[in-house]
Design a protein around this ligand. Sequence first.
Ligand SMILES: Nc1nc2c(ncn2[C@@H]2O[C@H](COP(=O)(O)OP(=O)(O)O)[C@@H](O)[C@H]2O)c(=O)[nH]1
Ligand SMILES: [Mg+2]
Ligand SMILES: [Zn+2]
Length: 306
Amino acid sequence: MTDTGVILRAQSGFFWVQTADAVLRCRLRGRLKKDRQSSDIAVIGDQVDVEPTSPNEGAITHVHPRQSSFSRQQPGPRGQWREDVLIANLDQVVLVMACANPDWNARMLDRFLMIAEHNQIAALIVANKTDLLAPAQVAAMVQPYEQIGYPVFATCTPTGAGIASLREHLAGRVSVFTGMSGVGKSSLLNALQPGLQLATGAVSATLNKGRHTTVVAELHALPDLGGGYVADTPGIRELAAWRIPDADVAWCFREMRPFLGQCEFNNCLHTHEPNCAIQAAVATGEISPTRYESYVRILEKQERSG
Ligand SMILES: Nc1nc2c(ncn2[C@@H]2O[C@H](COP(=O)(O)OP(=O)(O)O)[C@@H](O)[C@H]2O)c(=O)[nH]1
Ligand SMILES: [Mg+2]
Ligand SMILES: [Zn+2]
């Protein structure tokens, strides 16, 4: 008898699969391992067929084709880029920033947005801890992002402000929450679905210390929302190491796309070259100067790290 389910967690060769009525701890059936590079055969978010082998265990016999995937790109040997699939069938990334404590970090937000765009995954922005800043200041911080079409949610977990509309955008979808430690990711998830009871604050910081976790830890089902899954991420160290080819970076700044191909040099990186359409758009204010600064910093940093 075969069942289908979703991989919620993967660790040390085991996969926890949510089927219609249970979570089974599974291993991959042997013949699956011959097909592909082992780390990519099955990842969290994958739809799989499982054969139960005992009341709590099973074997994964088939991995369904992926609708989408969220990957990390890293420079490999001989100038080739290596791709690590972190999560399959992801619908959106939720980038969480705090208005304060820790401070709003536009550089980091722009870097996360670049990664989402490179993966062609929709991105939502959450500005949490709105209680710590005047509303006009919050509005000024998020305005450049709303203007280029990103959905922005201003939230406050103690009062519940903004939670209902964020919930509507998570219902029935697979989302991953990411952002610096302390911005309130776990608190938000608990507010969205109180049954989750994720550890927050100092407790979660201790739990994460020294753990060899990947970017994505685990998917949580959202039955209170009528379906959907969400992954909390323990940290961002791996995201910081993320690299994409220099020539692809401008495309990942979505407001730059209309100007691409209009520069004098077709290999223009839009930093110092003459007759550059992007630099011209920054000068006229069509492209936000702070977003452009993030772009330049990303290229500089990639150059330094080789
Ligand atoms: N003032 C304020 N504090 C918050 C808010 N949301 C979360 N916090 C606090 O911020 C700290 C970090 O929250 P946590 O959810 O653990 O952040 P995570 O590391 O991103 O998962 C905790 O002490 C929370 O109580 C908020 O909207 N306003
Ligand atoms: Mg947390
Ligand atoms: Zn240019």
